[in-house]
Design a binder for this molecule. Structure first.
Ligand code: NI
Length: 178
């Protein structure tokens, strides 16, 4: 199934997605479609809420550096950050749901993540660098949080008009609030 990307202004991007309890064929199909959508849009990660599905599922490239677009993808179901390193770093992030906008975001360098795979098996992994950043960005999406939320008040003020334009441009494609 071809998934429709949701954009800034769509209320679903502000919702907390629900835990997945059924590890069935529908879930595997969703994951496959999300990977296809991420690849098609040349993204490095995608959360289910970004395609209008309120389930705690993300796909991401296991990148070692920002140029690593050939990195293999991973699917995480019910991902949760268990621990964060005290070290942080700044990187200019973007988001498929907020086209044309980028901004510096400070995030922990390394994280410990617990997630389930498509069969429901639990895993705990330690990741760092670019991959850790992508995962934090996508897990935020599942909690209704966007990278622009981390920007300073001044930066947000500067982006206000452009964000409004994005919301208006895609308003016709968005589902009405439920
Ligand atoms: Ni994003």
């Amino acid at each position: 199934m071809r998934l429709q990307l949701r954009y800034y202004g769509d209320p679903i991007l502000r919702k907390r997605a629900s835990d997945v309890r059924e590890f069935d064929d529908a879930l595997r199909e969703l994951a496959e479609d999300m990977i296809a959508t991420m690849r098609r849009e040349a993204g490095v990660g995608l959360a289910a809420t970004q395609v209008g599905i309120e389930k705690r599922v993300l796909v991401a490239l296991q990148m070692e550096n920002p140029e690593d677009s050939e990195a293999p993808e991973i699917v995480m179901v019910n991902p949760e950050v268990l621990d964060r390193s005290p070290d942080t770093w700044i990187y200019e992030e973007g988001c498929l749901s907020i086209p044309g906008i980028r901004g510096d975001v400070t995030r922990p360098e390394g994280i410990r993540v617990r997630y389930q795979d498509l069969h429901g098996k639990s895993h705990v992994i330690d990741v760092d660098g670019m991959f850790a950043r992508v995962l934090q960005h996508e897990i935020d999406h599942l909690d209704g949080k966007l990278f622009i939320d981390y920007l300073s008040t001044g930066e947000k003020t500067l982006l206000k008009t452009r964000l409004k334009k994005i919301a208006e441009k895609y308003a016709s494609q968005q589902a009405p609030p439920r």
